[in-house]
Design a binder for this molecule. Structure first.
Ligand SMILES: [Zn+2]
Length: 529
């Protein structure tokens, strides 16, 4: 996603989040969620029924789901019934945001269907309220783990599942959700709208949007239908603003490979983010339909997420750069291909400044497993430094292997999860290079090279001294532009690896000026005294 403004929210952590999801995932693997959710115009209470098809990977006495309990403010979900494979005599408890269902001893390989009936006012996760025109609307907004505020699930990206949505809403609403549109049935003054995903998704991107929409088929990218869903009052501006959708989607299909989902709906919404990459139906901020707003970069970022973040999903939160760094750099590539190299250089310069500024506030590595407030991970390390790591990896392995590596990584982990090591191994296999130290220094060591430099002419050569003043020396290639008397120049590559290095280069004319990294290919910071 992209932040609309800098969000500094503190999330209340509960016991549900202190346990290891990966351990849970090794026991339960949800195959499919089928949600039937009813909304209305008179209260903010929703009625839900969730059918959850689970494969047990180990024997277990319990099946556990995240579902927000009712709080002191009366918000939260109240469970009324639980059945297992249509049997009603089930022992369960719901407290501290966990629904714990006794299994009566399931074994490895068993598969069961749990049905949970519940109701309540969501405290979060489903945003209910008036849109900017004063019309009531409902938008799922789950990142990072706010899905369990409105439906029971294993609220972690490591457990992907199919999802099927049936939304009952008053007739005046249109409903968009993940997957393929199945049907819409009118019953009196209510409508049932059914969408179904044929591809497993992470709960963070499983959503529905319910509003008085104007809908337009914007075109196709190959065979993929692209549609626009905007508020009726923003119909003309919204259709024009969002018409870039098919072009951006076509670009990424060409660059990365087959689009992972059935359709792409671009949706004006009340998401708290600038954009939220929900699978196959991206939610954008409300004012994105304003013709004075430039949404091209936002569309590129969210559409790139469909491959990275959604289809190939980080195995756990500390690897979120695999989502945000990829979306950021793929947007940079989109601008490079559409507007030229100079645009890429300009964007990488700006992104480098963001990384440097962030390092002055918080000196943490990209893989940050100490942070448990996941909103704090939406920072320049995950986005801009992640993009910079890919930019430097591109130089390390060369353009051909880099783009082949991006495609191979997608095809290998499509509809699944990956870690930073999985990415490294793809590039090591393709390039034949050992990339351990590259990944280690940029992902696990906080900060970046901070460089002091001097040069002097010395009888037919120039002597350049480069000093790394940060704590630990980084290893990287650094281009140096030598500008000679008379105005000619040339670029030489230096291999930097020590805290202090001295390089002697033979020259035919005296050097009057040197420029470090003229093509913006290294994440570094100049230090002048
Ligand atoms: Zn993003």
């Amino acid at each position: 996603m992209r932040a609309l403004v800098l969000i500094c929210l503190s999330i209340t952590l509960t016991s549900a989040f202190s346990q290891s999801y990966l351990k849970r995932w090794k026991t339960f693997d949800v195959q499919k969620y089928s949600f039937s959710i009813a909304v209305n115009d008179s209260t903010n209470s929703i009625n839900g029924r969730a059918e959850i098809d689970v494969l047990f990977k180990k024997k277990s006495d319990v099946f556990m789901l995240d579902l927000k309990s009712v709080d002191t403010d009366d918000k939260g979900m109240f469970v009324t019934h639980v059945t297992v494979d249509a049997v009603t005599d089930v022992v369960w408890s719901h407290k501290n945001d966990l629904l714990v269902i006794q299994t009566n001893g399931v074994r490895k390989g068993d598969r069961h269907k749990y049905t949970i009936s519940y109701f309540g006012v969501p405290a979060d996760g489903l945003i209910i309220g008036n849109n900017m025109h004063g019309n009531r609307a409902f938008f799922g907004d789950n990142w990072p783990n706010r899905a369990h505020h409105w439906f029971p699930c294993i609220d972690h990206s490591s457990d992907k599942a199919l999802v099927d949505w049936t939304i009952r809403a008053p007739n005046h609403y249109d409903v968009v959700a993940n997957g393929k549109f199945i049907d819409r049935t009118v019953t009196g003054d209510h409508t049932y709208t059914h969408w179904s995903s044929t591809v497993p998704l992470a709960p963070k991107v499983m959503v529905a949007g319910i509003a008085d929409f104007a809908v337009q088929e914007s075109g196709k990218a190959g065979t993929v239908p692209v549609s626009t869903w905007v508020y009726q009052q923003d119909r003309d501006n919204g259709f024009a603003q969002y018409s870039i959708g098919p072009e951006v989607l076509s670009y990424f299909i060409g660059k990365i490979g087959e689009y992972p989902y059935e359709k792409l709906a671009n949706v004006q919404s009340k998401t708290r983010f600038g954009g939220m990459e929900n699978a196959g139906n991206i939610f954008y901020y409300e004012e994105s339909t304003d013709p004075l707003r430039d949404v091209e970069g936002l569309f590129a970022h969210e559409i790139a997420h469909q491959w990275f973040g959604n289809s190939v999903t980080e195995i756990d939160w500390p690897h979120v750069w695999l989502s945000e760094g990829f979306a950021t750099y793929l947007t940079d590539l989109y601008f490079e291909d559409k507007y030229g190299k100079a645009r890429l250089k300009e964007r990488m310069t700006n992104e480098r400044e963001s990384v440097i500024a962030f390092s002055k506030k918080r000196m943490v590595p990209v893989i940050d497993d100490a942070t448990t407030d996941y909103m704090q991970l939406l920072n320049a390390n995950s986005y801009q430094k992640g993009a910079w790591i890919l930019h430097m990896l591109r130089r390390e392995v060369g353009d051909d292997i880099f783009f082949k590596g991006i495609q191979t990584y997608y095809m290998t982990y499509r509809d699944s999860n990956a870690s930073s090591d999985d990415l490294r191994q793809v590039f090591e296999t393709l390039s034949g290079k050992n990339l351990k130290s590259f990944f280690k220094q940029w992902l696990y060591i906080p900060g970046h090279p901070r460089l002091k430099h001097t040069f002097k002419n010395d009888s037919g050569r120039v002597i350049i001294e480069i000093q790394q003043i940060q704590k630990k020396a980084f290893k990287f290639p650094l281009d140096i532009k030598l500008v000679f008397e008379g105005g000619k120049s040339e670029v030489r590559k230096l291999n930097i690896s020590k805290k202090k290095g001295s390089f002697k280069i033979a020259t035919s004319h005296p050097v009057i000026r040197i420029e470090l990294d003229p093509d913006v290919r290294v994440l570094w910071e100049p230090v002048f005294n």
